[in-house]
Design a protein around this ligand. Structure first.
Ligand code: ATP
Ligand code: MG
Length: 189
């Protein structure tokens, strides 16, 4: 199976939107350490959606459990267990904090030098997909590139409501081309 880190981030961000959040914050940072060649990819998704009880969270991270609502014919859930398995297998880690009725924060990190870490994928394309999720949630994307000792080499922020103000509807093909070019230019700056 071929998948990328951006597939995982997209999935977790979709969970946040599906949780009925009014605000979803996505932070993506990559650390490239020139001195020893090691690097890290890290992301955080924070939402103020429905949240989970301890029991619900336990079930959600269990690969052999699914609520059966979204995929009635599927016997196992994919999103969170798959993220956890991928992070653990590749020398990374994860953390999930959730409070019923308040929201959820999912963090995971990956060792870029590990053979089992999936390839990054297309970050600007992923940001565009996430901004296009069919929901009224405000989405705030923060992207950071870090160097040695976590010095910030470059960073940018994209806010969904501001993007809509700038390019108009996100259902219009021309706007989507513009948005794609804008996100790519931010990433490559
Ligand atoms: N951010 C979140 N807020 C509240 N509940 C969540 C959140 N993320 C996951 N959950 C709960 O955990 C369950 C499992 O999530 P998971 O992503 O593994 O599967 P899913 O979203 O049901 O299906 P899919 O395979 O399409 O992602 C969800 O159905 C939901 O009940
Ligand atoms: Mg999901």
């Amino acid at each position: 199976m071929h998948f990328t880190l951006t597939d995982l981030v997209t999935d977790i961000t979709q969970n946040a939107v599906e949780a009925g959040a009014g605000i979803v914050e996505l932070e993506v940072s990559s650390l490239s350490n020139e001195s020893d060649g090691n690097g890290e990819f890290r992301f955080l998704v924070k939402d103020n959606g429905k949240g989970m009880t301890e029991e619900e969270l336990k079930k959600a991270i269990d690969p052999f459990y699914t609520d059966g609502i979204k995929h009635p014919h599927r016997k196992v859930g994919l999103g969170l267990p798959f993220l956890i398995q991928t992070a653990e297998q590749s020398g990374g880690g994860w953390d999930i904090k959730s409070e019923k009725g308040k929201g959820t924060v999912v963090t995971a990190w990956f060792d870029s030098g590990n053979f089992d870490t999936p390839p990054l994928g297309d970050l600007p394309g992923m940001f565009r997909t996430i901004l296009m999720f069919n929901s009224d949630a405000e989405i705030i994307i923060r992207r950071k590139k870090l160097g040695g000792e976590n010095t910030v080499l470059s960073e940018y922020e994209v806010v969904k409501s501001e993007v809509i103000d700038a390019v108009g509807s996100l259902e219009d093909a021309a706007s989507l081309v513009l948005l794609g070019e804008y996100l790519t230019s931010l990433e490559n700056d």
